[in-house]
Design a protein around this ligand. Structure first.
Ligand SMILES: [Zn+2]
Length: 436
C-alpha cells in the first residue's frame, strides 16, 4: 500500500455523501429531473418548497450567485442541523437527481447506473486528492434494489474503478453497507467480490442508516460468518464496520452504552460514531426516558455479566435486586415500555459505565470512528464540551477522525480534525460547500 507520512486517511465516508455540490451541479446541468418526490418530502420536513428548478435554471443561464444558491440548497449545514429527517430531506436531492431512484423502479438500466456511480468516484477522488487525503474508504449501500447478479456486477465495477488508482498517490477503498434486517444476500456479493481480482481493495462490510430497533446481538450469526471467512481466507480478510450509539432515543442511556460495548464484544473492528459511549451525561440533564422490557432485560443481564468489572468503576450491581426485577418484568409483554428516571446520581453513574465500557473496548481492540460534523448536525452535539472525543482522549480510547459525508456537509477531513480540538476550535465554514 502506498503511504505518505504527511497525507490524511479518511476511514469513514459514504460514497454518495462525498459527492460535492459543484460536481452534482455539473451532473444535473443538462438533465431533466422530476423533483416532485424530493420537493414534497423537503416541504414536509422544512416547511418550505425547495426552489431547485429555479436555481438550476439560473445556474444554466450563468446568473451571478446561482451556484452559491445551489450549494446552500445542497449542503446540510449548521443552519439545517437538527435531526436525521432534515439530513435525509437534503440527501434526497442526490437520490432523486441521480439514477438511484430510477434504477430502483426499473427505469434506468444497470450499466447507466454503474457509469454514473463510477463517474462520481473519479470526481470524489480528485477532490480528496486536492485536500491532501492519501487514503479514503468509501461505503456504499447496495440496498434491496439489486438482484444477486446485479450486486455482483455493481461491486465488481466499483472495485475495478478503485483499481485504477493502485499506483497513484491516493488509495481508495470500498466497504459495502449491508441491510440490518437481512444482510445475507449482500454478504454473498461481498464474499464473491473479496475473492475476485480486485478483492484486496474491499475493506469489509458496514452497517449504517437506522440503528434503533436493530440490536447488535441480532448480527451475531453474520459476524460469525465474517470471522469464519477471515479464518479461511486471511489474505482477503474483511473488517466489520458498525454504526452504533449514534441514535438512541428509544432506549435508556446505559443500554445505549451497552450497544456499543456489545458490538465490540461480538467482533466489530470499528465503531461508527459511538456518541453514547462518551457523550457528557450532563448534556441530558435530569429527565426521564423509556425503553422496552426486552431492552431492560438485556441491560440487567449485561449488568450481571459485567458486575465485577463495573464494580471497579464504582457501579454497584445489586444481584438480588436485579434478579427480582428480572423476575418481575419478565412477566410483562416484551414491547411494554418502562420509564427510567435520570437524576444527578444516575447521570454520574452513567459516566462511570461509559469509562468501564471504553476500557473494555480498548482491550477488545476495536477502534472508534469520530465524525464531528455529523455529531453536531445530525447527532445534536452542539456544545464542544459535551463531545465524546473528550472522554475518548481522557480514557485512551483508540479513535480516528473522519468526515462521514464531506460532500453534503460541505466540509473536509482537515476541518473535521480541527473541530475535534474542542477547547480551541469548533467551527466550520457554514453552508459554503463552494469553499472546499
Ligand atoms: Zn457514517
Amino acid at each position: 500500500m502506498y503511504t505518505h507520512p504527511r497525507k490524511l486517511a479518511d476511514l469513514h465516508t459514504h460514497l454518495y455523501g462525498c459527492i460535492h455540490s459543484s460536481d452534482f451541479l455539473e451532473f444535473l446541468r443538462d438533465r431533466e429531473v422530476d423533483w416532485t418526490a424530493y420537493q414534497s418530502n423537503f416541504q414536509r420536513v422544512y416547511g418550505a418548497n425547495p426552489p431547485i428548478a429555479d436555481i438550476l435554471e439560473r445556474c444554466r443561464r450563468g446568473v451571478a450567485g446561482s451556484r452559491d444558491d445551489f450549494a446552500r440548497l445542497f449542503v446540510f449545514g449548521d443552519d439545517d442541523a437538527g435531526n436525521f429527517d432534515r439530513f435525509q430531506a437534503k440527501y434526497d436531492m442526490l437520490n432523486h437527481g441521480g439514477s438511484s431512484v430510477g434504477f430502483s423502479r426499473g427505469e434506468v438500466p444497470l450499466p447507466v447506473f454503474i457509469d454514473e456511480v463510477c463517474g462520481f468516484i473519479h470526481k470524489i477522488i480528485a477532490k480528496q486528492r486536492r485536500q491532501n487525503v492519501g487514503y479514503i474508504e468509501q461505503r456504499m449501500n447496495l440496498g434491496k434494489k439489486f438482484t444477486q447478479a446485479q450486486s455482483n456486477e455493481f461491486v465488481r465495477a466499483m472495485l475495478e474503478t478503485y483499481s485504477e488508482y493502485e499506483d497513484s498517490d491516493i488509495q481508495p477503498r470500498l466497504a459495502i453497507s449491508l441491510a440490518r434486517d437481512n444482510p445475507w444476500p449482500e454478504w454473498e456479493a461481498v464474499q464473491r467480490a473479496a475473492l475476485g481480482p480486485s478483492g484486496h481493495l474491499l475493506t469489509g462490510i458496514d452497517f449504517c442508516y437506522l440503528e434503533e430497533g436493530y440490536p447488535p446481538k441480532d448480527q451475531r450469526e453474520l459476524f460469525d460468518a465474517v470471522k469464519d471467512f477471515n479464518r479461511r481466507r486471511p489474505e482477503r480478510a474483511l473488517a466489520i464496520l458498525y454504526h452504533v450509539g449514534e441514535s438512541f432515543n428509544d432506549k435508556s442511556l446505559e443500554s445505549a452504552v451497552r450497544w456499543v460495548h456489545e458490538a465490540a464484544e461480538l467482533g466489530a473492528h470499528r465503531l461508527g460514531h459511538a456518541i453514547s459511549l462518551g457523550v457528557d451525561p450532563d448534556r441530558f440533564g435530569e429527565h426521564s426516558r423509556s425503553e422496552s422490557v426486552a431492552e431492560r432485560i438485556d441491560q440487567l443481564r449485561y449488568d450481571l455479566r459485567h458486575r465485577e468489572g463495573l464494580a471497579k468503576f464504582g457501579v454497584h450491581v445489586d444481584v438480588p435486586k436485579v434478579t427480582e426485577e428480572l423476575d418481575r418484568i419478565g412477566a410483562l409483554p416484551m414491547d411494554h415500555q418502562l420509564t427510567i428516571e435520570y437524576d444527578e446520581e444516575k447521570l454520574d453513574e452513567l459516566g462511570r459505565r461509559q469509562r468501564y465500557a471504553i476500557g473494555c473496548i480498548r482491550e477488545l481492540g476495536a477502534v472508534i470512528e469520530v465524525c464531528p460534523t455529523s455529531n453536531r448536525r445530525i447527532g445534536g452535539i452542539n456544545r464542544p464540551e459535551h463531545h465524546p472525543v473528550k472522554q475518548f482522549v481522557a480514557n485512551n480510547a483508540p479513535f480516528v477522525i473522519a468526515s462521514d459525508d464531506p460532500g453534503i456537509f460541505g466540509t473536509t477531513l482537515a476541518i473535521s480534525c480541527r473541530m475535534t480540538r474542542w477547547n480551541t476550535l469548533w467551527t466550520c465554514p457554514g453552508p459554503a460547500g463552494v469553499k472546499c
